[in-house]
Design a protein around this ligand. Structure first.
Ligand SMILES: Nc1ncnc2c1ncn2[C@@H]1O[C@H](COP(=O)(O)OP(=O)(O)OC[C@H]2O[C@@H]([n+]3cccc(C(=O)O)c3)[C@H](O)[C@@H]2O)[C@@H](O)[C@H]1O
Ligand SMILES: Nc1ncnc2c1ncn2[C@@H]1O[C@H](COP(=O)(O)OP(=O)(O)OP(=O)(O)O)[C@@H](O)[C@H]1O
Ligand SMILES: NC(=O)CC[C@H](N)C(=O)O
Length: 549
């Protein structure tokens, strides 16, 4: 039997476009002899629809769209389509996260999702009623079971100490399933592909094959990497679809192809770049923007964002602004200009001195007798924010923010200043990871001028300032932050590893205090297991250090 993977990139709530993607993928698969095509989780409405699920019109459009797909699909190909189903029981939440098997105008099977992820960025139990049973179906004598995304993840323990009571895959196998079909919307995280491979191998250990179809593209902070997979009944991966790209591969599953199975590997730097490029590109496309712009300082953060944005949108669609102040060094301006030229982007230079001087003049009476402090530094950052937002308003261009995860953690950024913007491109990359990725970008040729990579990081908001005037060295800062943020470790436990106690306490305090800034930050493209944003929810008004100490 030939099976196709409908690895598509749905737009949340664009039922007409998603239906077209489904129908065209099914037509292509049918033309290439596929008997079945599996689409991603909630392919019809996009993932995650969040509170749109509380709108009746959304649910009605979704069901109407399913009816249309059912009748418009090519004949003789079964399509497994993710949609929102009504819960026909009188108890529980009114809807299920489900998949329908459509064939020749009929719906021959449906399956709701049993395990509803409600951790990190997932919030499915808020909306959906879990399935209370699972059933297999047959096609051409082959028995299939459907396990929607998390239903494949039973053996993992997302919340320490908890384990789902039901193993949906085990249940389907016990009912005779020989192949598990897995419509999925599994957001990209570096290295997660190996976990998926491991989960598929578990099914193989029970003698069944898996057809795993993951979504591709990005929605807000979540990036879906595709890389759908097909395994044989020994758990060996026989096929991996391309990452970050819509495609419709077709393959024989019974028996699987003779050729050697592909190795599941990823280059962490390359895959991170591809993920972030996808995140930028889809954010703009799906929000109706074609062009973006950034403030290019000659520092490393805006440099990497410029490269990623130029790759995502094309250099002709990225405008860079050099906004020097009285403290900007000549080399910063030269480095920024050289980078923009290397990328082929247009750049404009607008000195901020006149606006800063005008602000200082306006405030001089009010501030008389005070000494300069971060207030004056922040005015510079806010003048830049003002210029960059004015360009956005006038030319319908989207401002990308350039702050990294280390700065966002400790609050080393100015509200309504360098935090202005709509999408945080590197807010999930620690500063040391930014350096690593820049070196990867420059591996064959110098795209980012070497000087940007070697000079000490500085906000250039006062004379001879460097980041290390206020922060520990980045390798130390990042080591502490990854323990505190990613592993939820307390200061005491981090100190017990040999880190300097005073530094750890200060970093933990700064990070805890800066929650209010992060709540106002734009969505951060997620690439790690713990990113700022919807997957890390911390109250702002709270007792500060007891829980962290
Ligand atoms: N708990 C809370 N909830 C809500 N709001 C709270 C708050 N605590 C303070 N605030 C408000 O926030 C204000 C302070 O925040 P904000 O105005 O941003 O300013 P602030 O955090 O005081 O200063 C910005 C810091 O970032 C550094 N910086 C700026 C720009 C770029 C870079 C870089 O290298 O990338 C570094 C700069 O050197 C300085 O240390 C307070 O005046 C108050 O209005
Ligand atoms: N001279 C400048 N011209 C244009 N934009 C600037 C300038 N200075 C700062 N910015 C903008 O503000 C952001 C914060 O910059 P800042 O220099 O304060 O710190 P940074 O975090 O070290 O960033 P970078 O490494 O990009 O310099 C920059 O990434 C950039 O987008
Ligand atoms: N949509 C889902 O069920 C996603 C949850 C799953 N653990 C994943 O990230 O792959």
């Amino acid at each position: 039997m030939k099976i196709a993977l409908g690895q598509i990139n749905p737009v949340i709530g664009d039922f007409a476009a998603n239906r077209r993607s489904i129908l065209s993928a099914a037509a292509e698969a049918a033309a290439r002899g596929a008997r079945m095509i599996v689409f991603p989780e909630l392919a019809l409405c996009g993932y995650p629809p969040m509170d749109l699920l509380e709108h009746h019109s959304f649910l009605e459009s979704n069901l109407e769209s399913l009816r249309l797909v059912q009748h418009e699909l090519p004949r003789d190909i079964a399509a497994v389509v993710g949609y929102v189903a009504q819960n026909r029981n009188s108890v529980g939440k009114p809807i299920h996260n489900a998949a329908a098997v459509l064939l020749n105008g009929q719906c021959i099977a449906t399956q709701a999702k049993t395990l509803l992820p409600t951790y990190d960025v997932f919030d499915e139990a808020r909306y959906f009623e879990p399935a209370d049973s699972r059933t297999v179906f047959t096609l051409d004598g082959h028995t299939f079971g459907i396990a929607i995304c998390e239903d494949l993840w039973w053996e993992t323990e997302p919340v320490p100490g908890t384990r789902y009571p039901v193993d949906p895959v085990r249940d389907l196998l016990d009912q005779g399933a020989r192949t598990i079909l897995c419509p999925s919307a599994s957001p990209f995280v570096k290295g997660k592909i190996y976990t998926r491979q491991h989960l598929i191998a578990r099914v193989g250990a029970a003698g069944a094959s898996v057809v795993y179809c993951n979504m591709t593209g990005a929605n807000d902070n979540l990036i879906f990497d595709g890389r759908s997979m097909v395994s044989d009944e020994t758990g060996t991966i026989r096929y991996i679809a391309e990452g970050f790209k819509a495609c419709v591969p077709v393959m024989e599953i019974d028996p699987p192809p003779e050729n050697l199975p592909p190795e599941v590997t990823e280059d962490p730097d390359e895959v991170t770049c591809r993920a972030l490029v996808t995140g930028i590109r889809d954010y703009l496309r799906k929000t109706g923007f074609r062009t973006a712009h950034i403030g290019l300082s000659g520092g490393i953060d805006s440099a990497i964002v410029a490269v990623l944005a130029a790759w995502a949108l094309g250099p002709e669609n990225l405008t860079c602004f050099l906004l020097p102040s009285r403290y900007s060094s000549d080399h910063s301006i030269l480095d920024a200009a050289r980078l923009a030229s290397n990328l082929g982007c247009t750049y404009h230079t607008i000195p901020i001195e006149p606006s800063v001087a005008a602000m200082e003049d306006s405030l001089s009476e009010l501030f008389s007798g005070t000494t300069p402090d971060t207030t004056e530094e922040n005015i510079q950052a806010r003048v830049r924010g003002n210029i960059l937002m004015a360009f956005s308003n006038k030319f319908h261009s989207l401002l990308l923010t350039t702050g990294n995860k280390s700065e966002l953690a400790v609050g080393y950024c100015t509200l309504y200043g360098d935090m202005c913007g709509s999408l945080s491109v590197i807010g999930d990359l620690l500063k040391t990871e930014v350096y690593q990725l820049c070196n990867w970008i420059n591996r064959d040729q110098e795209i980012i001028p070497a000087n940007i990579l070697t000079k000490p990081p500085s906000a250039e908001l006062r004379p001879d300032q460097t980041d290390q005037d206020s922060l520990p060295e980045y390798h130390e800062l990042d080591a502490i932050l990854s323990r505190y943020l990613m592993q939820n470790r307390s200061a005491r436990s981090i100190i017990s590893e040999g880190f300097d106690a005073e530094t750890v306490h200060r970093i933990v305090q700064l990070t805890a205090r800066a929650e209010y800034k992060r709540r106002q930050a734009p969505p951060v493209l997620k690439i790690s297991e713990k990113a700022f944003g919807t997957g890390r929810r911390i109250p702002i008004a709270r007792a500060l250090f007891e829980t962290d100490g």
